[in-house]
Each structure stands twice: as C-alpha cells, then as structure tokens.
Write a protein that binds this ligand. Structure first.
Ligand SMILES: [Zn+2]
Ligand SMILES: [Zn+2]
Length: 286
C-alpha cells in the first residue's frame, strides 16, 4: 500500500479513536496532537451546525429604489457568539466550530481537557478556569551561530524592550542571543514538551485556598494568585490592594521547593505554609 494512503488511514483511525460523538471534537483533538496545543478563541460566527442558528441577514427597515422594506440585506449577515478551536494565522471571518451555547451545553472544552489529562496526551492546554494541562509545548529552535537545536525552555532569558516580561534568547550551547533588532534563532515546526508546574498538586491547592479566601470579599481585600513572567516555576500570592506596591503574602518556587512569607504576613498565613510544608517545601529565612 502506498505510504500516503496508509498515512490517511492512520489519521482517520486516530480521529475516530477519540470516540467523541461530535465529529468536530475528534477533529480538534487530532489537530492538537499534531501541533502540541489546544487553544480556543471567541469569535463571531454566522451559523452553527449543532443548533438552529442558521446563516441569516438583517432586513431593510425601509424601501428604497433598490430594495423593499423587509427584504434581506445580504451585506449585513447576522452574527452569533461562537468559538473556534486551534485557530491558526489564517482566520476566516464568521467561521467557527460552534456557537457559545452549544460549546457549554456539550461541555466541549471541559471534555477535551479531561480527555487530554486522562490519556496523558502531550498537549499544552490554553490557560483556563477549569483545569490546568499537565504539559507545556517546548518549541525547538536552531541556533544561528552554532547550528545546534535547542529547546526554548533551556534558552536564557532577556527582558522585553517594554520591561514588562522576559523572552527566550540565549543558546544553551554557545550563548548566542536572539535580540529584537538583531539576529534570531531559526524557528522550526518541531517541539518537545515540559511538565506544566501549574498542574502540580500544591499549585492547584494554593490556588484553591486563594479562591476560598476571596469569596465574598470586596475587590480591594482580595488576594491575587499569579505565576512569574520570568520563571514558570515561581508563583506568588499578593494583596490586590495597592500600598506602595502589592504587598506579598507568600511566594514559592516549584523547582527550588522553597517559599518566602511576605513581611506583613509572618505567622499570618499558616494555611498556605501548611500546604507547602506538606509537599516538602522549606521556608527561606530572611
Ligand atoms: Zn449552536
Ligand atoms: Zn548556539
């Protein structure tokens, strides 16, 4: 059998093997396996194949030389709120996978995420309020200087020009840097993966504690849980209230397994420290 035909059969098998009753979900998962990511965006769509939202147009409110009142105005399609999974660089206006109602009715996002986690698929799941994915896609680049392949996670970081974050820059083998107005390492379509620290038990538990703490509180009184933009393995809890900055409650690193309690929270955040101590973390003394 020619290789290409075999490939088509294999792909088709893979697609039906996910076993979702909505074919589009099998299709989405297949794409995600191929590009290592599951993402979605909200967009305006003109029809949904899973409910009665059909392509339709606004009607002319009054007659003119060219049309009668009540006729469809084909320049003005009616848009519905919808969702598109794994949208690439080329986007088609009005086109999506389903409407927002059908997406929540069939729990499409939740079931895709559950499937990925249960089957331990190496797919990066977009940040969401449901569950963090276990893996992060790790892009492979080729150094412009030494020609070696490198994983983005191993590259040294540089601060962005805006000073608001960091980006991967230095080759781990020869140190050559990718710079905004200089040479940069070649991107490839290949990728590996790393474990997503956000899915670690202690991170999930800490996040839950913050949510519980925030319940019923005024916006000002709430805590804020976040991941450092510099290092994906550092997390912090801060006060939302601004008093010469957002006062820190606690900060911890999932790879160093150390935590630091904020100055104003010494002996005041036992519930947080208990979670970390239980997971083998050590307090930084300073
Ligand atoms: Zn629908
Ligand atoms: Zn290099």
């Amino acid at each position: 059998m020619p290789e290409t035909i075999q490939k088509v059969i294999d792909e088709a098998k893979k697609e039906s093997s996910y076993g979702f009753e909505l074919p589009v979900m099998n299709e989405i998962l297949k794409q995600s396996e191929n590009n290592g990511k599951l993402t979605w965006t909200n967009k305006q769509i003109t029809s949904c194949e899973f409910c009665d939202k059909k392509r339709d147009y606004y009607r002319y409110p009054r007659s003119s030389r060219y049309h009668s009142k009540g006729n469809k105005n084909f320049d003005k399609p009616i848009y519905y709120s919808g969702i598109k999974f794994n949208e690439g660089f080329v986007t088609l206006k009005g086109y999506g996978d389903m409407c927002s109602e059908c997406c929540s009715k069939h729990k499409v996002k939740e079931r895709l995420i559950d499937y990925i986690i249960e089957h331990d698929l190496k797919i990066q799941v977009m940040k969401n309020d449901y569950k963090p994915g276990r893996y992060l896609r790790d892009d492979i680049r080729i150094c412009y200087d030494c020609g070696e392949e490198m994983l983005e996670s191993q590259m040294s970081k540089e601060m962005t020009l805006m000073g608001n974050g960091y980006y991967p820059s230095g080759c781990p083998k020869c140190g050559a840097k990718s710079l905004p107005f200089g040479k940069s390492h070649k991107t490839t379509s290949k990728f590996g993966y790393i474990h997503n620290p956000e899915s670690l038990e202690e991170v999930v538990e800490m996040k839950k504690l913050v949510d519980e703490y925030n319940k019923g509180k005024q916006e000002e009184e709430k805590f804020w849980f976040n991941q450092s933009s510099n290092s994906i393995s550092s997390f912090f809890v801060k006060e939302k209230k601004w008093s010469n900055g957002n006062r820190e409650v606690i900060q911890f690193g999932t790879s160093s397994k150390k935590f630091t309690v904020g100055y104003f929270y010494k002996d005041k955040c036992d519930e947080f420290t208990e979670v970390l101590l239980k997971h083998g973390y050590i307090e930084n003394q300073n």
